[in-house]
Design a protein around this ligand. Structure first.
Ligand SMILES: Nc1ncnc2c1ncn2[C@@H]1O[C@H](COP(=O)(O)OP(=O)(O)OP(=O)(O)O)[C@@H](O)[C@H]1O
Ligand SMILES: [Mg+2]
Length: 447
């Protein structure tokens, strides 16, 4: 059914209304002379595709696009909307007839790319331009006969056989079988004079996204959440900025910049991401707080690392990061003690090397009943972190939630990009070592 489709010839001028000059000219006429003086053909285009006027340049196909357009963007930056508008133009104005819509799962294709608020149905300005979704056939059909088929990136083989002249891939940075899906899609994208693909995604450092970014034939545009803030709820923007602001993860999730693991990194972002869980098991075998005490409370001084971790059936869970800079000794002691009490921790582990007795005294002064264990470092920071990094490589540690600042510090630890003292990593290493070190850990003295 998909073979032998009638293919209209695409003309290069078909994309002119997406150029910055064309848009500037329409705005100039609208602002200075009013709607009546638009060319009738342009007025009717703008009625059908009002996005042409208010799109940003990063949401328009880049000049010189030959085959693949990668639109990297932060969360809520307008990626999906740009993809839907591009597909709509291609099928209604540029002669494309057979489209592959690929999402992480079928329901993502349907609920986001097709039926979602930024998707192909909701954003059609004219009812006649709204395609009809045929759920039983996983296909979307426009009045002019153009058809789009939905594919799940979980099933790369689904793309074997059919042929297309256009493809739109949403959130390809989240596809677990990304390269296989992409390779099959490339083989299927072979109809018409100029088959093209668009990938709209927050660019996570997966093999597929790395490959697309390294490919000279792929044209990339990038857009940040902040550029689209006017079209998002202020609550969402505020919440996302507070959660990610100032972290490398934020440059990826908010600004659309791919953050790769630096050379020499012991902890890999991709590993932390792959093992992440939303919540730890309710019943843990043990749970402790580890403290890397800070010596100075001066502003700008290192943070005091305070990390909560637990273990269940030999699997470690990072449960909380209460580290903070600028704390006085009594402040961090209180912070660690309260966290331990709230979490029902079995002990507080603290490094004894730097004034161990003072550390123990501070924790005692908080009046906490949680036992304090002093640990003595016999290895340097890197030596201590090695076995813990190995636990991550073995898939034995999960983060229960996102700990952006801690994870940034982990992923830079031991690389040329490391900056300042890795106080949070130190506390993390103590915590996991004490829980999972299986006798090879640091010497422990229970007070
Ligand atoms: N240029 C624009 N002008 C006006 N509204 C826009 C523009 N671009 C996007 N929007 C709107 O902004 C909102 C977010 O856009 P969209 O869903 O495309 O973002 P996204 O980057 O795909 O987000 P997510 O990360 O959640 O997938 C939608 O309501 C969309 O219609
Ligand atoms: Mg989206």
């Amino acid at each position: 059914m998909m073979h032998g489709a009638k293919v209209l010839k695409a003309r290069s001028s078909d994309w002119t209304p997406w150029t910055a000059n064309w848009r500037a000219e329409q705005w100039r006429i609208l602002r200075t002379r009013g709607k009546e003086l638009l060319k009738p053909s342009n007025e009717s285009l703008l009625k059908r595709h009002p996005f042409l006027l208010w799109r940003r340049d990063t949401q328009a196909p880049p000049p010189g696009l030959a085959r693949t357009w990668l639109l990297s963007g932060g969360r809520g930056a307008g990626k999906t909307r740009a993809g839907a508008e591009w597909v709509r133009w291609a099928v209604l104005q540029a002669g494309y007839r057979r489209v592959a819509l690929v999402g992480q799962t079928f329901s993502d294709v349907r609920e986001v790319m097709i039926e979602g608020p930024s998707g192909l149905m909701a954003t059609a300005a004219r009812a006649a331009d709204r395609p009809v979704w045929q759920p039983s056939r996983h296909r979307l059909e426009w009045e002019n006969g153009a058809v789009a088929y939905a594919f799940s990136a979980e099933d790369p083989d689904g793309l074997r056989g059919p042929q297309f002249d256009l493809a739109w891939c949403d959130e390809a940075g989240a596809w677990t079988k990304g390269e296989a899906v992409w390779d099959n899609l490339q083989l299927a994208l072979r109809l018409g004079p100029k088959p093209m693909a668009m990938v709209t995604t927050t660019p996570r450092a997966t093999a597929l996204i790395r490959r697309l970014k390294a490919d000279a034939s792929v044209v990339e545009t990038r857009t940040a959440m902040a550029e689209n803030a006017a079209n998002l709820s202020p609550g969402f923007v505020g919440w996302m900025t507070a959660a990610y602001g100032g972290t490398a993860m934020g440059r990826q999730e908010l600004d659309g910049e791919m953050i790769d693991d630096p050379e020499g990194a012991m902890f890999l972002r991709s590993q932390i991401d792959a093992l992440r869980v939303t919540a730890a098991p309710l019943q843990l075998d043990d749970c402790i707080v580890a403290v890397d005490p800070c010596i100075s409370a001066k502003p700008g001084a290192d943070a005091c690392g305070i990390v909560l971790a637990g273990i269940r059936d030999g699997h470690g869970y990072v449960l909380g990061d209460a580290s903070a800079p600028g704390l006085s000794p009594l402040d961090w002691a209180h912070r660690a003690a309260r966290l331990a009490e709230q979490a029902g921790a079995s002990c507080i582990v603290a490094e004894a090397n730097q004034g161990g007795d003072m550390v123990a005294e501070m924790l005692r002064m908080t009046g906490t009943g949680v036992p304090v264990r002093l640990v003595t470092a016999r290895l340097g920071k890197r030596g201590r972190a090695g076995p813990v990094a190995a636990l991550y490589q073995q898939g034995r540690v999960s983060h229960a939630g996102n700990f952006h600042t801690l994870e940034d510090q982990m992923c830079r630890f031991g690389t040329a990009e490391a900056a300042g003292s890795p106080d949070r990593v130190d506390a993390l290493v103590w915590a996991l070592w004490a829980l999972m070190g299986e006798g090879q850990g640091p010497r422990v003295r229970v007070l």
